[in-house]
Design a protein around this ligand. Structure first.
Ligand SMILES: NC(=O)c1ccc[n+]([C@@H]2O[C@H](COP(=O)([O-])OP(=O)(O)OC[C@H]3O[C@@H](n4cnc5c(N)ncnc54)[C@H](O)[C@@H]3O)[C@@H](O)[C@H]2O)c1
Ligand SMILES: [Zn+2]
Length: 351
């Protein structure tokens, strides 16, 4: 951790939906605050009406609409939001309410961290992935220089609000993206929750809150992502390559990447084979698993090595000894990756 960094406080987790945000904003520390709500087209259409109707303090808030999804995570869009705030006379007492998926939350945190050296912001995630992952943990980011999330801060919101009713307008793929990351978070440290998520069909408010709390516990142990927080990268070395090569959404690619990690975990770390088979059945029911030809794998290997290269040229991956028992920095060589990518998605990998 760089010298001088204090322990990062994560802000509150308001689990009672918009009603809990309404209560929070009636508190003395918010008296006289002006708010700007950041939205994209979908959160504007599907969520903004409920937010302003349900939270009296936001009734007359201004809003700024940014491009939808990942498009908004750019320096140009951040600069436009800063410009609008300046023109509207926003000072250091202003607060930014980020209503949207992980992209709007990442951008909003970035904008808040920079404006007037830091103004307060609230995250109101509107996708399952953002409720359980992106809006938890204090990271902000924009994409810069052609590299995703290359510029950002650790700048936690004053509060993250879980309003699970916003999931109603998500389609099946968007829901599956969130479910993959939820299952990942449970897989690395909570066997009971992992089992429940695999059995529950579509997660409800209870599961969403449980995963959000679990991620907060992991973040609390390593706020600046220097060691144990790395367990949250389960499936991501393979997932990132699958995302880029096959053009899959991040969450789905991570779901497929976790299968590769589980296969390797059976081979190298003693993960029981029935754990792999149970996951295979679950993930196969949620998405069409990508097939990787040898040519695909050769194209993906450099993508995996790009950020995870070890001194000896092997990859360092998060694998599992069991559900709830993650191992960080396990060396995996290219032949093991080839075997896993070719064969993961077949039952019983040891046959
Ligand atoms: N900061 C972190 O720790 C962290 C962690 C994980 C992911 N992320 C970031 O989060 C982003 C991914 O988040 P995401 O999956 O939410 O993607 P997203 O924000 O791009 O949202 C996905 C799509 O859903 C739409 N949408 C949002 N709410 C909706 C609603 N209620 N109904 C219908 N449509 C809705 C969005 O407009 C978008 O088109 C990435 O940029 C990723 O880098 C950040
Ligand atoms: Zn992820």
């Amino acid at each position: 951790m760089p010298v001088g960094w204090g322990v990062m406080k994560q802000g509150k987790l308001l689990t009672g939906g918009l009603a809990s945000l309404a209560r929070e904003l009636r508190g003395d520390e918010w008296r006289g605050t002006r708010y700007t709500i950041l939205v994209d087209e979908n959160s504007f259409n599907h969520c903004l009406p409920q937010l302003v109707a349900g939270v009296d303090a936001l009734e007359s808030a201004e809003f700024i609409e940014v491009p939808t999804g990942e498009e908004c995570k750019s320096l140009e869009v951040a600069a436009q939001v800063w410009q609008t705030l300046i023109e509207g006379g926003a000072d250091r007492s202003h607060a930014l309410v980020c209503l949207g998926g992980g992209a709007v939350c990442d951008l909003g945190g970035f904008v808040a961290a920079g404006y007037m050296r830091g103004i307060r912001h609230l995250l109101v995630p509107s996708t399952l992935l953002a409720m359980t992952d992106a809006a938890i943990g204090g990271k902000t980011a924009i994409d810069f220089g052609g590299v995703k999330n290359s510029v950002g801060h650790f700048y936690p919101p004053v509060a993250t609000v879980i309003e699970s009713a916003f999931c109603a307008s998500l389609d099946a793929r968007q829901l599956a993206c969130g479910e993959m990351e939820m299952v990942k978070t449970a897989a690395v440290c909570d066997p009971g929750l992992y089992d429940r998520l695999l059995r529950c069909g579509t997660p409800g408010h209870g599961e969403i809150v449980e995963v959000a709390r679990l991620k907060r516990r992991i973040v609390a142990a390593d706020p600046h992502d220097t060691d144990v927080r790395h367990i949250l990268n389960l499936g991501h070395t393979f997932g990132h390559a699958i995302e880029l090569h096959h053009g899959l959404e991040h969450g789905l690619a991570v779901g497929a990447g976790m299968l590769v990690a589980m296969y390797l975990s059976v081979r190298k770390c003693g993960l029981p084979v029935d754990v792999y088979n149970t996951y295979l059945q679950w993930v196969g029911g949620k998405m069409e698993l990508p097939r990787h030809s040898l040519r695909d794998i050769e194209a993906m290997l450099p993508l995996m090595h790009h950020d995870k290269k070890n001194h000896d040229g092997s990859l360092r991956c998060v694998l599992l000894r069991g559900i709830g028992e993650a191992m960080i920095d396990v060396n995996v060589d290219d032949n093991e990756v080839r075997d896993a990518m070719l064969n993961a998605s077949k039952p019983t990998p040891l046959n």
